[in-house]
Design a protein around this ligand. Structure first.
Ligand code: UDP
Ligand code: MG
Length: 319
């Protein structure tokens, strides 16, 4: 029996790319169906992450016209990771496996056959890994690759150059559903689930149209602690203050040294002033880091819902 595969695609203000994404995926699914790679119950599941443009109208229209398409509308914008989780959890009871990918066609859809083939060979998780990062700017490439290295050094098990293009079997999804964290970082969680896994290598394309929803600031905060919670911000301010004061202490240090050599100080003053500045800055920095962890505990303890589904448009049309 061919597996029922759900293609889960989070979309935030993607009206510029959706028509193309939908038509290319439809074509792809038709051909996979012809090759008997996927079953007739397979679906493309677009998750509208509280878009402000016409994204949802488009999804609803495709859902009426195209038997492959289903849509979930979130009640508000919850960010890529939460939107993805919502899509995967919606697909879980309905599918044999789900493949997550971006709406902007950056993830090569021609690699989809290989994902499904590996699944049929018995893999529960298949990671999409980029061959090269030529389409990214030098800055994005360097920071992203640096990030993977830092994560590895810190002992976090992440797959190098793998974003969120991946296949998960039903039981892997059930495993995922047991992870209840609010600070969601899926590529950190998935390797923890276990089961047999494999890799599919692909070339990452340029964003097809529209703008990246991950500007530098968003990327940094994603890298630092997954999804930021509004209540953690004051704590972050403390560590920023610490950095600022540490930097200022260098000037304080210069000033103290110059005064010393100019002979306008009492002895011992220099050492005291330098250590006050340096240690004060360092203490605030450390306090900020500790505060960051407390902030995370705070949001985890509250365990607020990670997403709320407003509408789910299923598709029962015959394919
Ligand atoms: N996205 C989302 N919610 C957000 C931001 C982004 O669902 O708040 C989706 C977006 O529509 C896209 C995917 O996440 O399908 C990846 O975003 P993007 O392509 O902008 O990131 P980049 O590829 O530039 O890192
Ligand atoms: Mg993209």
């Amino acid at each position: 029996m061919e597996p029922t595969v759900y293609f889960v695609i989070p979309c935030y203000n993607e009206e510029a790319v959706l028509p193309e994404t939908c038509s290319r995926l439809t074509e792809k699914l038709d051909s996979m169906r012809e090759k008997a790679l996927i079953g007739p119950g397979s679906r493309i599941l677009f998750v509208d992450d509280g878009s402000k443009d016409k994204t949802w109208e488009l999804i609803a229209q495709y859902n009426r016209e195209n038997p492959w398409v289903e849509g979930v509308k979130l009640a508000h914008n919850r960010g890529h990771q939460n939107a993805l989780l919502c899509g995967l959890m919606t697909a879980m009871p309905l599918c044999d496996c789900a493949i997550s990918m971006d709406a902007d066609l950056q993830d090569d859809i021609d690699a989809l056959d290989q994902f499904v083939t590996k699944f049929r060979e018995g893999c529960d998780v298949v990671y999409g890994v980029r061959n090269k990062r030529e389409t990214d700017t030098w800055f994005k490439r360097t920071t992203a690759e640096g990030f993977y290295k830092v994560m590895k050094t810190l002992g976090v098990d992440v797959v190098f150059n793998h974003a969120d293009y991946r296949l998960m079997s039903k039981r892997a999804l059930e495993g995922l559903s047991e992870y209840r964290e609010v600070n969601l970082f899926l590529r950190g969680i998935v390797p923890l689930i276990g089961y047999r896994s494999d890799y599919v290598y692909y070339d990452r394309h340029e964003r097809f149209a529209g703008e990246s929803k991950y500007p530098l600031k968003k990327m940094l905060s994603f890298a630092l602690d997954g999804i930021t919670s509004f209540s953690v911000k004051p704590l972050k301010l403390i560590s920023n203050l610490g950095i600022l004061i540490s930097a200022l202490s260098v000037f304080g240090l210069l000033y103290a040294l110059i005064s010393y050599f100019a002979g306008v100080t009492v002895s011992g003053w220099t050492a005291i002033v330098c250590s006050i500045w340096l240690l004060g800055g360092l203490q605030m920095l450390c306090l900020g880091v500790v505060g960051g962890y407390i902030g995370k505990i705070y949001s985890e303890v509250k365990a607020r819902p990670r997403f709320r589904v407003e509408t789910y448009l299923q598709n029962k049309q015959e394919k």
